[in-house]
Design a protein. Structure first.
Length: 653
């Protein structure tokens, strides 16, 4: 893996020409105790974070556009094998050349051996000095001379005030941004090429002061500032893979840094255990995420080994060491949680923490709590690869990156986090959640919960097909389809299904007839066409509502007799008699019309309530009993649901 560099001081306001820059910088430095860069008492107001990176020739990625990141939590999402894990691995892993028809058009083609990653990273003043301290002398490129500059001293005159002021100004910045893709630096959007006209030889003193040793035209055998930071970047990052950690025992030691793959987890927790306050806080957060665990302890195992013990509530409350168990015997995910919490809570400097598929080792509830704990430590930057809607919703990420694979290579799409927030609000408005529809290929929206549960049964049993990637989901407040509310209703669904978001497109809408006139239906069909003006997306049942297809006396009798609490054995005749009585009641029809009477147009929901109550003394539970009626009809009188099946077939396409 190769790295190239460029450098920018952060928060710089002085960008016109060098004399102006340095004149104003000199004033700034006089006000802030010039020449003093002591880290003592100076806070990291801008913790280290990666603002963007770009991958080339790595695993499934041929070459990406710049991948933008933000502070806080960033989410990488996409389908299985799209490239989420590869994207995280690219930040730390060695060369893994991309292989595809595009990269290797013939079997004899040779893969480009080196993978590439370009990073833009921002470090605080303290972090920069910590990286540079202890590295001896290093080089800092100075601005390139060009016709725009009125006066620039020669490098041979290294005592010239302009060069000293440039060095002082650079190291007075609250933050510095390093673009590891070339050698130049920028200030407030203005770009200056560095290195073309030489370098300053510098050295960081023990108290944080930066001394200038002299100038150089060509850096020889000494690292440049960005090279040092690039080499230290790996120490500021930690990646947690989507696997079970079973590192419950390891040799004791004095290294407080968690090793890759958490191989020394017992060692670092043993050291943390010596700080009772910190260890108690750590244990409390473990219990917050995994409430069944009362305590984690580290105990000796033989002469030189240390072992992690897991204490459940009863064992801990009764002080029963014999009931505690080893981490190796614990459930999936406990080791991962311990390792993640250790890095997050004990790192003295900001870290870039990469977490791959936390839902693979944690229950959704525990994953949600883990995200809430991460939010309590905003000094770190988190990049989480997941396809879990629970985690995405809990994280409320600043950045969402969608990874897709076209069968040849992976591609990146940035989703607007604000759009994702709007998406969640829209879903709330229609009574759905991201978990209901996330990851589907498309959605068929239907009248209500009954249809949501019954229509898939009809598709499977009657149409003899499987929905596969299609989700059937209920809408709510279908009364909003009427009048002036209809525009708002379809606007919500169009935004849900067509905006740049995490939601798949809508196949269509199936609604109850509900007594609407043909004119009203045509208005809704027109409004429901959305962007595909020539495609019908709104369909209506050919009876008043779906329950009208379930008014089968024999089916109702069977369901009543198998429902707990019925007052007597019900016959088909009992049910038919009750139905006939209410078929003659005008109040049980909506928009009474001589051409719309009988079993097809009666208010079936009201009728079923009466039948259940008067025949069997039961309450009609719509989402329970409608499913049972549907299952009976599909098993015994399939033809009665053929009309509904054809309607669903048409909507599915």
């Amino acid at each position: 893996m190769y790295l190239l560099y460029r450098i920018r001081p952060g928060r710089c306001r002085y960008v016109t020409v060098i004399p102006t820059v340095l004149e104003r910088a000199d004033t700034h430095l006089q006000e802030s105790n010039r020449h003093q860069y002591d880290t003592i008492g100076r806070s990291d107001s801008t913790p280290m974070f990666i603002s963007q990176f770009q991958i080339s020739n790595y695993k499934s990625f041929h070459k990406t556009e710049p991948i933008m990141l933000s502070r806080g939590i960033n989410v990488v999402t996409g389908q299985n094998n799209a490239g989420k894990t590869a994207l995280l691995q690219s930040l730390l892993a060695p060369d893994r050349p991309h292989r595809s028809i595009k990269a290797l058009p013939a079997a004899s083609s040779l893969a480009q051996p080196a993978s590439g990653i370009a990073l833009t990273v921002t470090l605080s003043h303290n972090e920069l000095l910590r990286c540079l301290a202890g590295n001896g002398r290093f080089f800092l490129p100075v601005p390139k001379v060009n016709a725009r500059f009125d006066s620039v001293p020669t490098l041979s005159d290294y005592k010239h005030p302009t060069l000293i002021m440039f060095k002082d100004w650079f190291f007075s910045q609250d933050s510095v941004t390093l673009d590891l893709i070339g050698r130049d630096w920028r200030a407030d959007g203005e770009r200056y090429d560095g290195g073309g006209d030489g370098y300053l030889t510098l050295e960081v003193q023990p108290m944080g002061q930066v001394n200038m040793i002299g100038p150089s035209l060509v850096p020889s055998r000494k690292p440049e500032i960005e090279e040092i930071v690039g080499k230290n970047l790996g120490n500021m990052m930690y990646r947690f893979e989507a696997e079970r950690f079973n590192i419950g025992t390891c040799p004791s030691g004095s290294n407080p840094s968690l090793a890759p793959r958490a191989t020394n987890l017992p060692e670092v927790l043993d050291i943390l255990q010596g700080n009772h306050v910190a260890f108690d806080r750590f244990n409390q957060q473990v219990s917050d995420i995994l409430p069944q665990i009362a305590r984690i302890t580290v105990v000796p195992e033989g002469q030189v080994q240390r072992k992690i013990l897991i204490w459940m509530s009863d064992a801990y409350n009764e002080a029963r060491r014999d009931l505690a168990f080893d981490l190796e015997e614990s459930g999936t995910g406990i080791g991962q949680v311990l390792a993640i919490l250790y890095v997050v809570t004990t790192s003295q400097t900001p870290q870039v923490i990469l977490i791959d598929e936390p839902q693979s080792f944690l229950h959704p509830g525990a994953a949600r709590k883990l995200i809430e704990v991460l939010k309590q430590y905003p000094r770190h930057q988190y990049i989480v690869a997941t396809h879990s809607p629970t985690i995405i919703t809990a994280a409320k990420p600043e950045t969402i990156i969608l990874v897709t694979h076209d069968g040849n290579e992976s591609h990146i799409q940035h989703l607007d986090a604000n759009d994702a927030d709007h998406l969640r609000r829209y879903l709330d408005e229609i009574g759905a959640s991201l978990a209901d529809v996330f990851g589907a290929d498309n959605i068929l929206w239907v009248e209500g919960i009954t249809e949501e549960k019954c229509y898939p049964l009809i598709v499977e049993k009657l149409l003899k097909r499987f929905l596969m990637g299609t989700v059937i989901k209920a809408v709510i407040a279908t009364g909003d389809l009427e009048g002036k509310h209809a525009e708002r209703f379809f606007e919500i669904y169009d935004r849900l299904s067509s905006a740049q978001s995490l939601l798949p497109p809508a196949l269509g809408f199936i609604f109850d007839d509900d007594g609407r006139s043909e004119t009203d239906k045509n208005i809704l069909r027109s409004r429901g066409k959305g962007r595909e003006k020539n495609k019908d997306r709104v369909y209506f049942t050919k009876r008043l509502m779906y329950e009208n297809y379930l008014l089968d006396p024999k089916a109702i009798a069977e369901v009543l007799n198998t429902t707990e609490g019925h007052i007597k054995t019900v016959t088909e005749t009992d049910v038919q008699g009750c139905i006939d009585m209410y078929l003659a009641e005008p109040s049980y029809y909506k928009n009474l019309n001589p051409n719309r009477s009988g079993i097809e147009w009666i208010r079936a929901d009201l009728l079923l309530k009466k039948v259940f109550a008067e025949v069997a003394g039961l309450d009609y539970r719509k989402t329970t009993h409608s499913i049972e009626l549907t299952e009976w009809v599909l098993a015994n009188e399939t033809e009665k649901l053929t009309e509904v099946a054809e309607l669903i077939r048409e909507a599915l396409g």
